[in-house]
Design a protein around this ligand. Sequence first.
Ligand code: PLP
Length: 375
Amino acid sequence: MDEREVEAVRRPIMAGWVTQGPEVAAFEREFAAYVGAEHACAVCNCTTALHLALLAVGVRPGDEVITVSHSFIATANSIHYCGAKPIFVDVQPATYNLDPKRIEEAITPRARAILAVHQMGMPCDLKAIKAIADHRCLPLVEDAACAIGSEINWNGSWEKIGKPHGHVACFSFHPRKVITTGDGGMLTTCNPEWDQQFRLYRQHGMSIPDTVRHSSSRVAFESYPMIGFNYRLTDIQAAVGREQIKRLPELIAVRRRLAERYRVLLADIDGLDLPHEPAWARSNWQSFCVRLPEHCDQRRIMQYLLDRGVSSRRGVMCAHRELPYQDSRNGHLHESESAQDRCIVLPLYPQMTEKEQNWVAQSLQSACRVVSRAA
Ligand SMILES: *Cc1c(COP(=O)(O)O)cnc(C)c1O
């Protein structure tokens, strides 16, 4: 963010309408146009977006939702908020995404939806997952928190994640993602009824929104026919989001260049697995995740890097290893656990210089050498 975002927030502040007003409506239109969606509804973060998506597709207390453990914990929590239980299936080792072959065996009569994550911005195998969802008449929700600008080849043409290819897709604008509004989220769908429900739910179940009442020439009283939530995005955040969307093509181009460069710089490290991008997928490279050689202890590698000024992060967590979800597994989750234990995420950000990136690569190379010798 820079002066452009600072300038943008002047608009709502000087206009005086500062929450869920004209800036939010414009942000929704521009976001929908960017991903190619019919409807986009803004909310205050992606966790609330996931909650509303699951409610709208009919997830109720006692239901089960098929998803991955290998994700940020908000994925599982959104299922819990509906009173439902996540059923975790394992991921594919190459992409860290939901393994379609493991879905059928996890479906019981209580299954109500599939929640598929595009982990770290890499599109999951939507074609295969959608076929199973359609066959079993289960709605498919996409956790696209990290996947703004990622693309999937759909029947021969490249399409943005979020069209959506499932029934609803949910995005995050937390600073850890590719664009940010501080905090923020977006739901996209092609179902106008669900879009209406998102709008009711996000503002206390209010029948006539304040934007409509305040601009009406006739006195209008609203009612509250259902229990909703306060999941609003502010106009101040939306104004920032509108600037951030304009930057997306450039941000993603830079991320793709840096990811390609990492591939070259890291090619010679023995036993290091670089990220796999399937032929039908184009990642936005929200994260560049590498799997360490077998004999390299993750924590020691990360400490070695930190001592040289390189800040890495461990691979994506597993929710089933956390207290609230210890009995949610369906069969083994070996690949999920191994990915958490053996992967690290390397620095990758649009301002990164070639010199900085060279230093990361050199440091990782010597880390693997030193740590494996010490082991
Ligand atoms: C970041 C993230 C979320 C949560 O997004 P918030 O906007 O912080 O609520 C959910 N799922 C995944 C996969 C994420 O990476």
